[in-house]
Design a protein around this ligand. Sequence first.
Ligand SMILES: Nc1ncnc2c1ncn2[C@@H]1O[C@H](COP(=O)(O)OP(=O)(O)OP(=O)(O)O)[C@@H](O)[C@H]1O
Ligand SMILES: [Mg+2]
Length: 304
Amino acid sequence: MNTSLPQERLIAIISFISLSVIRMLPSITSLNINLNNITSHLHSLEIINNYLNLKIIYPKKNLPNKKIRINSLKFKNVFFNYGVDKKNFTMKDINVELSKSDILGVLGKSGSGKTTFADLTLGLLKPSKGNIYINNNQIVDGSFENFDISYVPQSINLVDDNLKENITLGHDFDNNLMNKVISFSDLEEFHKIKQDKSIGEDGSKISGGQKQRIGIARAFYSKPSLLILDEPTSELDYESENKIMKNLQKQNIDIIILIAHRLNTLNICNKLAIFKEGKILDFGLKDQVINNNKELEKYFNSKT
Ligand SMILES: Nc1ncnc2c1ncn2[C@@H]1O[C@H](COP(=O)(O)OP(=O)(O)OP(=O)(O)O)[C@@H](O)[C@H]1O
Ligand SMILES: [Mg+2]
């Protein structure tokens, strides 16, 4: 009779332990999975940690020694579509001829094809029909690399580093050239105050106008033969825009293509192209195009 008591207690204890283990089993399994997860990701964590501790080193551009200057650029019956609709082309029958010293102003409503035209000129997009010629030679895959072409896009990409690194971006540092482009791009004040400070991830610590001026300085720094600027001064005040536009004319750039919504930005141009729904409505010498499209005249020389 005395021996039955410890036995009952033993059964109760064993039952309690078994039940507890059964209840804890899912948590133990989950713990095990998570531990395995952590162990398997340790290597990635180490790589990220090393990366965060690294000073970013930009790859030096290993490009062939100076390239061919651009004397002419020609679009002949160029059509393009983004591959969505094979029948309806985004760009239709584009014909443009530019030669050395030309500054082309590109006008048109939003969605009319201005950036697509820039991307075709840069070789980022390939014509679906028709051809592009530089120096009278038809452009084929890869031949854009023979020329110094710079681009100031609508939205500038910046790295989380200081002004100097954002301007040189892989090119060798040249102090004289750096001072020149800082002055040309109206960045002296910014340079005085913040030259060694980081501008933040994608320029999060600076203004839209400052970002645009860094984009322009970067383009000047690469001393291009063909420069394409897509809405480069849309966030700048009139004075700063005017200064930069005047400086743009003084550069040793063979051909400039300037896309702008504000027509006073285009005062420096000698040619104009008006885009509408993927077509060129009018192209030619500025005075002639303004003459053909009287409604444009009031926008020039005005401080809009
Ligand atoms: N990646 C793309 N895929 C498909 N269609 C596109 C793509 N990019 C632009 N488009 C279309 O191509 C047409 C021309 O666009 P584009 O960006 O060249 O216009 P835009 O004149 O530069 O306009 P904005 O003044 O607003 O910058 C538009 O109808 C646009 O929707
Ligand atoms: Mg655009």
